[in-house]
Ligand binder design. Structure first.
Ligand code: EPZ
Length: 417
């Protein structure tokens, strides 16, 4: 089992290049099921979750060609298996993104319920309610979602909860429904807008991208398209926090600062000096970081996927910070590990109170989910001494070459077995 060893404290310098966003790549890949033509996606991140979804799409009937590490061509001429098996879905919940396209294209889909994960129960009833409103018959049998629909009918549907993949699933399904669909209370993440732009290139008729109300005029077919995946805003935020926790100055290249305006403003509030263009960020740490509170909320607010990383940073800030997690019910799994490194954090329900500045010491710790892994790495960069992080397979699901990138910035970090 691979682990990561870091010897801190580290200082960083130089520049880092951001890869394509995992959470934009996955829905765009799933969209290939909507057409028998081929789609080509550029700036795809070379991470485990992309490989997992590619395997599922291949099982369903798509031909996958990786032109290079970052370009993938997917062509699903025929649906061979309208099935997303439990063995595949349990390793990656985002497999649920096959549901909407399969029902729309094939009129039938059998997709394993994703089940929960470390950060929460993560139900998918909103996805199912949306598909039912579009005319699908949905039953749950032996842990599988069974969906039938001769043809989907345009409708008006309002999400009870803001859901990223729920919005993506219903938007994809509605592109092939008969008639007009209006979806209210949509999530507004940039990854959804990126998916919508691909669908429009494929021939879909969509208005309202980037807002909470999306209008779709159904079409009979979708066609070939080529599309670039947006830079990963969570990877960008992770490296910005790395610069601050290491009291350093770095340049972040090939990013899109407009996708993380609120997190960047928060980092400025705690003392960071940030200059940015449309695709680069120059971030410099102050001598002393100040504490500041955050609440995680749907885009464009502070993203839940940066909460753990920000918590690591607040252990190094002077003062008390209150972190409220509003999206997932169990996203403080990293706190126990931070406490073992010497952090002073108190949890009460969905609120964590961080008392800084504490001098962290290296320790043996264990990653519990993708973003908690990043949080522990950040803490280890600031900690005095050696930290060994176990279960780093979580990390490889969503970060491209994080060890190599941090090492090239000057961190004393390596992968060990
Ligand atoms: C997406 O997950 C991301 N994953 C997550 O990133 C991200 O944390 C999350 O959005 C929130 O931004 C991908 O895009 C592949 P939700 P998703 O549906 O779509 C509840 C990462 O680290 N809910 O927006 O599954 C749900 O339980 C991952 O890259 C329902 O109750 O999240 C949660 O509390 C982690 N019923 C909240 O809504 C539903 O039917 C937001 O979930 C759907 C969701």
């Amino acid at each position: 089992m691979a682990k990561i060893k870091i010897t801190g404290p580290c200082r960083l310098e130089g520049s880092v290049t951001i890869n394509g966003a995992k959470n934009a790549a996955l829905p765009c890949m799933a969209a290939s099921l909507l057409t028998e033509s081929s789609i080509t996606l550029n700036n795809i991140p070379n991470v485990k979750d992309v490989d997992t979804l590619a395997s599922l799409l291949n099982f369903i009937g798509a031909e996958i060609n990786k032109k290079d590490n970052n370009t993938i061509n997917i062509e699903c001429k025929k649906i061979k298996n309208a099935l997303a098996p439990y063995e595949m879905v349990k390793t990656m919940r985002a497999s649920i993104l096959a549901l909407g396209p399969l029902v729309a294209r094939n009129g039938y889909a059998k997709v394993s319920l994703p089940g929960g994960c470390a950060i929460g129960a993560r139900p998918v009833e909103q996805h199912l309610k949306g598909l039912e409103k579009l005319g699908a018959d949905i039953t749950i049998e032996h842990g599988y979602i069974i969906a039938h629909a001769n043809t989907l009918q345009g409708t008006e549907f309002t999400f009870d909860k803001i859901t990223v993949t729920g919005t993506e699933n219903i938007m994809m399904a509605a592109t092939l429904a008969k008639g007009h669909t209006i979806i209210y209370n949509c999530a507004r993440e940039p990854e959804i807008e990126n998916l919508g732009q691909l669908l429009i290139k494929m021939g879909a008729k969509i208005n309202g991208l980037g807002t909470d109300t999306i209008h779709i005029e159904g079409v009979n077919n979708l066609y070939s398209a080529q599309h670039s995946i947006i830079p990963d805003r969570i990877e960008t935020g992770t490296y910005a926090i790395a610069a601050l926790i290491c009291n350093s100055k770095i340049k972040i290249k090939n990013c899109n600062p407009s996708h993380l305006i609120i997190p960047l403003k928060k980092l400025q509030e705690i003392g960071a000096n940030i200059e940015f263009t449309n695709n680069e960020i120059l971030i410099q740490s102050p001598e002393k970081l100040s504490s500041a509170n955050i609440e995680t909320n749907p885009y464009p607010n502070f993203p839940t996927d940066l909460q753990a990383q920000y918590m690591s940073l607040m252990t190094q800030a002077y003062g008390t910070s209150i972190i409220k997690e509003n999206i997932f019910e169990n996203r403080f799994m990293h706190v126990g590990e931070l406490l073992r490194m010497g952090a002073n954090i108190n949890i009460s329900g969905s609120i964590a109170t961080v008392y800084g500045k504490t001098n962290l010491l290296g320790a043996n710790v264990m990653a519990t989910d993708l973003r908690a892994s990043a949080c522990l790495i950040l803490a280890a960069l600031a900690a005095k001494g050696e930290t060994i992080i176990d279960r780093i397979y979580h990390l490889e699901r969503g970060y491209v070459n994080l060890v190599e990138k941090l090492s090239s910035l000057g961190a004393v970090i390596q992968k060990i077995n």
